[in-house]
Design a protein around this ligand. Structure first.
Ligand SMILES: [Zn+2]
Length: 202
């Protein structure tokens, strides 16, 4: 319903895969996993908003994969009932986090390293995942094409999200493809040039 982008990355050799932000449509995700014969090695949550975390428990049960999330979002993850009530939807099953995703942590999928970048601001525990060998960044709800994440929800901080983008994301190579939590892909270079919300950073 909330049109969150879920990403599935996998290594063609080892068939190891990583699922990022399984908000909903878990049957569809499992169908892709099965079709490609993948073993889900980890489930990553960029932040604990319901549209990003809602299906995590169901996917964890189906795959046995551990769930990674930054601990600063644990409180949000515990209160999915409140988030569900705001949206007028049914409360999804709460998920137990297995591993705290921290700045500097690296996860290997095949030969590709996934680097955890802490990018707080949209929520206090928001993270991004940078895959240098692929030239890609999973930005969660921190950076969008022509926009940035909203900071008016509980735990949001407008100054902090700009600092995160400025210190963690803008230094990445300009050609890095940004895969945001909602909407179309972009690149670091394009947003540096033309994102209105980042003008004050130049
Ligand atoms: Zn969000």
């Amino acid at each position: 319903m909330l049109q969150c982008n879920c990403s599935i990355f996998a290594d063609e050799q080892s068939r190891e895969g990583l699922v990022i932000d399984p908000g909903d449509n878990i049957d569809e995700i499992l169908e892709i996993v099965r079709r490609h014969g993948l073993t889900v090695k980890a489930i990553f949550i960029t932040h604990a908003h319901i549209d990003h975390i809602g299906g995590a428990q169901k996917l964890k049960q189906a795959t046995g994969a551990p769930v990674y999330m930054n601990s600063n979002d644990l409180e949000l993850a515990r209160r999915l009932d409140v988030q569900a009530a705001w949206l007028g939807i049914r409360e999804p099953e709460r998920v137990e986090i297995d591993t705290a995703a921290k700045e500097g942590e690296r996860l290997l999928v095949g030969t590709a390293e996934f680097h955890v970048l802490e990018t707080p601001g949209h929520t206090q525990g928001s993270i991004s995942l940078w895959i240098p060998s692929e030239g890609k960044l999973i930005a969660g709800d921190t950076l969008f094409r022509d926009s940035i994440g909203r900071t008016d929800l509980p735990g949001g901080d407008g100054k902090q999200i700009l600092r995160s983008i400025h210190t963690k994301l803008m230094p990445l190579p300009a050609e890095t493809v940004v895969i945001p939590g909602h909407g179309p892909n972009t690149t670091i270079g394009r947003e540096k040039e033309s994102n209105y919300f980042l003008q004050s950073l130049r």
